[in-house]
Design a binder for this molecule. Structure first.
Ligand SMILES: CC(C)(COP(=O)(O)OP(=O)(O)OC[C@H]1O[C@@H](n2cnc3c(N)ncnc32)[C@H](O)[C@@H]1OP(=O)(O)O)[C@@H](O)C(=O)NCCC(=O)NCCS
Length: 191
């Protein structure tokens, strides 16, 4: 399922989201390479060139977040197939998505992460009509876990020592999720 189906740009109270372009890579890399961000990211490219190489391969699932005339964030909506029994497999195709985010450390702690997460959930449920949205993080990444909780996602799993960090240690991870029905209920209750 293509993110082109969404009505771009997406506007929140303070943020503008749009699909990523190749030309955004340098502006994002300028802050994404900082230790407080890259420590939690899946890969640590050694250079802008390497980062750009990865960036262009994932443009179809990457969004950039604008605020005040600059790009303060990047986000992911990776639509994927839900597991299903064979007879109904086509009905589960593209039924869920994994979401993710990174923000420029200069804007951390001002509620942008939560605002972004809620906007991604709205895109997935209201825009794309998905059944389920998931998010994963290292258990030590308190900010990301808290963002998912504040956005209304449920912690479904706490995996013990399942993920090897590039610092050489095995870390716990959390898996969060929200269902379309939970999103609708949250919307109906005004939260
Ligand atoms: C995760 C991230 C996007 C959060 O962005 P943010 O704009 O700072 O988040 P918010 O301001 O919406 O804060 C959300 C909550 O997290 C809490 N929080 C933020 N940083 C925290 C930290 N370092 N430790 C503990 N809690 C933290 C906030 O206090 C807030 O909770 P509260 O309202 O109950 O006090 C940002 O920290 C980031 O880009 N981190 C690096 C990249 C990353 O970890 N990506 C996710 C990989 S899974």
């Amino acid at each position: 399922m293509s993110l082109e189906r969404l009505d771009w740009p997406l506007l929140t109270a303070r943020l503008t989201l749009r699909p990523a372009r190749v030309s955004d890579a340098a502006e994002i890399w300028a802050w994404q390479q900082l230790p407080e961000v890259i420590q939690w990211m899946a890969r640590q490219p050694p250079s802008l060139e390497a980062f750009t190489g990865h960036w262009v391969k994932h443009l179809d699932q990457t969004l950039v977040v604008g605020q005040g005339g600059r790009l303060i964030g990047s986000a992911k909506i990776a639509v994927q197939n839900a597991w299903a029994q064979e007879e109904v497999i086509t009905q589960a195709a593209g039924a869920e998505a994994e979401i993710g985010w990174a923000l420029d450390p200069s804007v951390h702690g001002q509620g942008y992460g939560t605002e972004l997460a809620v906007s991604l959930l709205a895109s997935c449920f209201d825009g794309l009509g998905l059944h389920r949205v998931v998010g994963i993080c290292f258990a030590d990444n308190a900010a990301s876990a808290r963002v998912m909780e504040k956005a209304g996602m449920r912690r479904e799993a706490h995996f013990r020592s399942d993920s090897l960090h590039r610092d050489g240690r095995w870390y716990d991870t959390y898996s969060y999720a929200m269902l379309a029905a939970e999103w609708a209920q949250r919307r109906a209750s005004g939260s």
